[in-house]
Design a protein around this ligand. Structure first.
Ligand code: IMP
Ligand code: MG
Length: 191
């Protein structure tokens, strides 16, 4: 079992940096969806903080519905055969509508790919994705990411909604974990 005594270390992104980038993302999304209807879909649990901050930066004149789905990843962090379960149905009918997925962090891209596939199956007009953090790597270069907050190196980060073993989500800054979880260790991550 992992110890959950690992503590947050160096700050990678301050609350000020995060806040001003989210304002920019909100402005860009507001321009792109001007005059259109939008369904924002946030993925529980990680995204509740980012999603809450982002939607409040979207122009109030835009007609925006908000919904949530839950995703769970199984498998270990380095094994690409791990799978993702999407386990909550949408309340909003997205058929024929413009959908914006709100994601916090893309690592392998497995979670996002499963969410995109699930939503496309409901026959929306369009599906775009905003992610606050993107760890660019060989497995995820083909992913469609329409709005990216920050590209970060392949390090394990916590805070601003991101957890290690459900801890540290409440930290206002994004920080490195002092000692990163060991690769290859089996894990069941409920996000
Ligand atoms: P994926 O590998 O892109 O499918 O990412 C899987 C999930 O792992 C993300 O949605 C996050 O919940 C979690 N995750 C990935 N990297 C980090 C990190 O650096 N800190 C905290 N959670 C992470
Ligand atoms: Mg997690």
């Amino acid at each position: 079992m992992r110890e959950n005594t690992q503590s947050p270390g160096e700050t990678l992104l301050t609350r000020t940096q995060i806040g001003s980038r989210i304002r920019e993302l909100g402005q860009q999304i507001s321009v792109d969806y001007s005059g259109r209807e939008l369904v924002a879909v946030a993925v529980l649990r990680v995204r509740f903080i980012f999603a809450g901050d982002l939607v409040r930066q979207i122009d109030p004149k835009i007609s925006l519905r908000m919904d949530f789905i839950a995703a769970s990843s199984y498998g270990d962090r380095t094994n690409s055969s791990g799978h993702v379960e999407i386990n909550q149905q949408l309340q909003v009918d997205i058929s024929g509508r413009s959908v914006l997925i709100i994601e916090d962090i893309v690592e392998t891209g497995r979670t996002l790919r499963a969410i995109q596939d699930t939503l496309w199956a409901a026959d929306p007009d369009s599906v775009r994705t905003v992610t606050l953090l993107y760890k660019e790597g060989p497995d995820n270069r083909d992913l469609t990411l329409d709005y990216v907050g920050f590209r970060i190196p392949n390090v394990f980060v916590v805070g601003y909604g991101l957890d290690f073993a459900q801890m540290h989500r409440h930290l206002p800054d994004i920080r490195l974990l002092e000692s990163a979880p060991e690769d290859g260790m089996k894990d069941h991550t409920v996000q």
